[in-house]
Design a protein around this ligand. Sequence first.
Ligand code: ATR
Length: 273
Amino acid sequence: NEFYAVVGHPINHSKSPRIHSLFASQTGEPVEYTAVQAPLDDFAATVRRFFEGGGKGLNVTVPFKEQAWELAECFAARAEKAGAANTLYQNSAGQLVADNTDGYGLVRDLATNHGVQLQGARVLVLGAGGAVRGVLGPLLEQQPASLTIANRTVAKAQALAALFADEAGTATLSACGFNEPDQPFDVIINGTSASLQGDLPPLCANVIAAGTVVYDMMYSLQTTTFNQWALDNGAVRVFDGLGMLVEQAAESFRVWRGVRPETAPVIDALRND
Ligand code: ATR
């Protein structure tokens, strides 16, 4: 078998080993996938040991995605500006390559699994941390009419808007605070970690109309705090990040193995765990 793992801290609740073992049995690929907890101050050594020991590929999760990107010697094109990596492997020259499949996973879950039209849409993205930075490129590639980045710390949203300005194409890319937008959006994506503290970004409820699609990049068994707020304020279509989680994993699997697993049965299996 060939060895893969997800590295994070903590890592015991990670769904990735389950997802990748389902992919392995579905595709017949000789993939053995485990979870590795890296010490908070020793991520780099954990990565080095894994590849020196013959490991083929790593997924990286909280809080190491930025460090993974810093550590890499080469980048997949879509990871160059992401500033965060969730997928690592070595190229034939033995260099560490960073990829980021999160944005691909988000777009694929929205567009393919949920049939959401992103082209021409007015999109509101909440948050300006690593999670959001990792998905802005793939979102802009879908050519929304506008993409508004709202964040508690407005300067961080402004910095991201400036960084991605040359990828905006015809989209209007802008930054603001949470309380500024007061018109309906077609798609609202929550990429803040506010829900982890049971907090809500202080948005004006006017951003939601009956047709608004609301997507929380977080995944939890219960409706997330943010999605509940959206439902309470008239949203009809709300989704959590389970599909994104499985889609980013499938894309990592394809990058490593050259084989794309079916995601629908795996999403169903996890939903029913
Ligand atoms: P991640 O990798 O999850 O993106 P991060 O880089 O620490 O983690 O970013 C966390 C994001 O959630 C930031 O946009 C943060 O806002 P600030 O940039 O103002 O810090 C946002 N966030 C965290 N806690 C929040 C809260 N209680 N309310 C609103 N936004 C919050």
